[in-house]
Design a protein around this ligand. Structure first.
Ligand code: SF4
Ligand code: SF4
Length: 409
């Protein structure tokens, strides 16, 4: 056995011993789908994810990340769990499965660092290595495909035949040549389940996502208001969305993870929404200190909670939403106004009117006005116009009328 093959075997054995479920190695050639990536962000499909469009040349050419790179090790860790989910009548939201446990960046980072240290011990201290978990200018999915870990499905997730797509990925770039694995073959076939199931129509085509319509983007990456026309399509998702993975036949028999850190902590899998609406900045920081959810920040997270409550259209949420009309954050107040407009009824209408009398923020005033217009349209409903159509036309009229600046003293 030559040195290259001995080192490759040692690295793979250590990766598995450290708890990775998948390991493969690829050459550091520039990415074959660089043009597709450039087209994706040139079309604006990345939305506000400016970081995706920075350092493009590095992203498509790993030798610009680590000069002299000769091998890329790609590692996968299964995070799938199958907990008993609460079956009660409480108002609950949905958090994406990857965020149920502890923050994967820390866990995978620790294991990648341990593997890089091991390789340096074996290969010599002069060896150059860099590792990344989601944080560097690296397109992990294409590298994982090339390293044989799986194929990029039409839902844009990496799919492994044995483990499905509930996978965290990490990479290590090395200046040592190792034995490379063969790329994985694709097995989506004629299936289009993920494309058909997306509630917001975010897929422009197979494997091409307009992130601006994706619930994951809207609930995690988007910092400002969620477009009104998309809110009703978001259901009760308050952080991410698993629909296009959950429907994938390759996930039907996905095994559960052996990593206890990814099992859901209390209140993460299907949390009650009303208590979340009352979280202070300090509560939010302490509750989600060690969770990917902190990325949304309190203002984004509570904005999402308000949208979910609006979509549930359950009057039990009215007192908490009414209280949240006094939240210090205008982004939250404006989505709370929308939610009350969705729920409707006398109490919601009174709360909206009272808030409009004292609200000074221009955008919140506009949302309050739209919500009241929606309810007025609903109240005046005749039997020939479906309520949804009536609401839609009332809201459209309100939006087209432009912002109400009368509260801008
Ligand atoms: Fe659509 Fe949800 Fe998949 Fe986004 S994560 S593409 S919203 S199904
Ligand atoms: Fe591929 Fe079907 Fe899975 Fe979509 S649902 S990723 S098309 S196998």
């Amino acid at each position: 056995m030559d040195d290259r093959s001995a080192l490759t075997q040692q690295i793979k054995a250590m990766a598995l011993a450290l708890g990775f479920d998948l390991v493969g190695i690829t050459a550091p050639h520039p990415l074959a789908h660089a043009d597709r990536y450039r087209t994706w962000f040139a079309q604006g499909f990345a939305g506000e994810m400016g970081y995706m469009t920075r350092e493009v040349e590095k992203r498509v050419d790993p030798s610009r990340v680590l000069p002299g790179v000769r091998s890329i090790i790609v590692l996968g860790m299964n995070y799938h769990t199958a907990p008993e989910l609460p079956q009660d009548a409480r108002l609950r939201g949905w958090i994406s499965e990857y965020a149920w446990g502890h923050d994967y960046h820390a866990l995978l980072g620790k294991q990648l660092e341990a593997l890089a240290t091991f390789i340096r011990d074996v290969a010599g201290p002069e060896m150059q290595a860099r590792w990344y978990v989601d944080t560097g200018p690296i397109l992990e999915r294409e590298l994982a495909w090339r390293a044989g870990l799986g194929w990029p499905g039409k839902n844009t997730n990496l799919i492994n035949r044995g483990l499905g797509s509930w996978l965290f990925l990490g990479v290590i770039l090395l200046d040592r040549e190792l034995l490379y694995d063969a790329p994985a073959t694709a097995h989506c076939g004629t299936c289009t389940r993920c494309l058909d199931a997306c509630p917001t129509g975010a897929f422009v085509g197979p494997g091409m996502l307009d992130a601006r319509r994706c619930i994951s983007y809207l609930t995690i990456e988007l910092r400002g208001p969620i477009p009104r026309e998309l809110r009703p399509l978001m259901g009760t998702h308050i952080f991410g969305c698993d629909i296009c993975q959950a429907v994938c036949p390759w996930n039907r028999k996905a095994p559960v993870t052996s990593h206890a850190a990814f099992w859901p902590r209390a209140g993460y899998a299907a949390p009650e929404l009303i208590p979340l609406l009352g979280l202070s900045e300090e509560d939010f920081r302490s509750q989600f200190r060690d969770s990917p959810i902190r990325r949304a920040k309190r203002r984004g997270f509570l904005r999402n909670v308000a949208v979910a409550l609006g979509n549930l259209q359950d009057p039990r949420a009215i007192p908490a939403l009414t209280a949240a009309l006094r939240d210090p954050e205008p982004l939250i107040r404006s989505h709370v106004a929308w939610a009350l407009g969705r729920i409707g009824g006398v109490a919601a209408q009174q709360a909206l009117r009272a808030a409009l009398a004292s609200e000074r923020d221009v955008e919140v005033r506009e949302e309050l006005r739209c919500a009241l217009a929606e309810l007025a349209g609903h109240d005046e409903a005749d039997t020939t116009t479906p309520p949804y159509e009536l609401r839609r036309s009332a809201v459209q009229a309100c939006i087209h009328a432009g912002p109400d600046l009368s509260g801008n003293h």
